[in-house]
Design a protein around this ligand. Structure first.
Ligand code: PLP
Length: 400
């Protein structure tokens, strides 16, 4: 029998994957399941980006590259930070990776010792906790309460910092809540960090371009340049350019940190795919109008889903500022019974009920460290979203 390494013993199969697998099984059995569980844009990668990749293949740019990214890739990333975030970085402060997920992996592996704590603002992307644990550290959830717009406050942070705190991770706009930290929310948090020089900051800015109602993105290092020597800025092309399958992420941080992360990457994946780098260069330096167009599409879908959810008795949904998720409160339905007589005692049972009764797959908030909520990914066609809301509504009405 296989003995698993202790470093993965605390990491179960994610409930999100179980829901996805169940949905696929139901589909194979002929059930018309609508899956609103996935964290990826339903759009296709733009044509100019695809063409750049084809050119790279034809030109023979198909070999190992510098492990932290080709000089052209780094130049494109530096240009992006200058243009969009008014931040200036040197090539030694930049690294390209196989997805933003690998930035997290490199960073935690390079810096966490047993007992070191990573503070996560809940609800959070589960990967943060799992990678911190794989790296031997201790993830510590800090609840971003609904009444605070699912954001943590400076007071929450101050109370949570211990001598073992190594990192604070912020993700704005957030997966799963869609909440964004604007300057007024972010600045007091950054000021707390300034007083605790042993705590480093990771900002996961991957949903930067999906901000609605005319909001502009608040860049942490602009608000508090004093944190520059201990901040890792994480980004990638997956969400902004519909490039999830290309596996290309990037980061900027102090050269000493990037160097340590390069050691990890060199023994994990070497360099990100040369072809994906060529595609990402085009994404970051080519025409950008598609980014705003798609953002506007997402905003329309958000409005539909939020309005529909709030019309359902027992459910309330805060209007998220960004990303492509709603995070609705279902506490008003807990305690009710399904037509079969089962009691809805948690967001997990409610989501299971929705999958079986309504054939709609959504993810319980407990998967992200905050209950009772459920996350809908609205990266789907408007008709699909309306149909899903109709079904959820009917399933709710069938409760006793
Ligand atoms: N960060 C957040 C908050 C995400 O939701 C995701 C993907 O779901 C990622 C990072 C990962 O992106 P990538 O495809 O670049 O690994």
């Amino acid at each position: 029998a296989l003995t698993r390494a202790s470093r993965i013993s605390s990491i179960g199969v994610s409930e999100i994957l179980v829901i996805g697998e169940t949905a696929r099984r139901m589909r194979r059995a002929g059930k018309p399941v609508i899956v609103l569980g996935a964290g990826e844009p339903d759009f296709d990668t733009p044509d100019n980006v695809k063409e750049a990749a084809v050119r790279a293949i034809r030109d023979g740019r198909t070999k190992y590259t510098a492990l932290d990214g080709t000089p052209e890739m780094k130049a494109a990333i530096i240009g992006k930070f200058r243009r969009e975030n008014a931040l200036d970085f040197e090539p030694a402060e930049i690294m390209a990776t196989a997805g933003a997920k690998q930035v997290l992996f490199n960073a935690f592996m390079a810096t966490m010792n047993p007992g070191d704590e990573a503070l996560l603002a809940a609800p959070y992307w589960t990967t943060y906790a799992d990678i911190a644990a794989i790296a031997g550290g201790t993830p510590v959830a800090l609840a971003g309460r609904e009444e605070n717009g699912f954001r943590i406050t400076a007071e929450d942070l101050e109370a949570a910092i211990t001598p073992r705190t190594r990192w604070l991770l912020l993700n704005s706009p957030s997966n799963p809540s869609g909440a964004a930290y604007e300057a007024e929310h972010l600045k007091p948090i950054l000021d707390v960090l300034l007083r605790h020089p042993h705590v480093w900051l990771m900002t996961d800015d991957i949903y930067e371009h999906l901000l609605y109602d005319g909001r502009t993105f608040a860049t942490a290092l602009n608000l508090q340049p004093g944190l520059r020597d201990r901040t890792l800025v994480i980004n990638g092309v997956s969400k902004a350019y519909a490039m999830t399958g290309w596996r290309l992420g990037y980061c900027a941080g102090p050269a000493s940190l990037i160097e340590a992360m390069s050691i990890v990457q060199s023994q994990a994946t070497t360099n990100p795919s040369s072809i994906s780098q060529a595609a990402a260069i085009e994404a970051l330096t080519g025409p950008q109008d598609i980014v705003a167009q798609r953002r506007d599409d997402f905003q329309r879908r958000r409005d539909i889903v939020v309005e529909r959810l709030n019309a359902m008795p027992g459910i309330s949904c805060r209007k998220p500022e960004g990303a492509f998720y709603t995070f609705a409160n279902c506490s008003g339905l807990l305690g009710r019974r399904t037509p079969e007589g089962a009691v809805l005692d948690s967001d997990s049972t409610y989501c299971r009920y929705l999958l079986e009764e309504a054939n709609v797959a959504v993810v319980p908030g407990s998967c992200f460290g905050l209950a009772p909520y459920f996350r809908i990914s609205y990266a789907a066609a408007q008709e699909t979203l309306m149909e899903a809301c109709d079904r959820i509504s009917r399933a709710n009405e069938a409760l006793r």
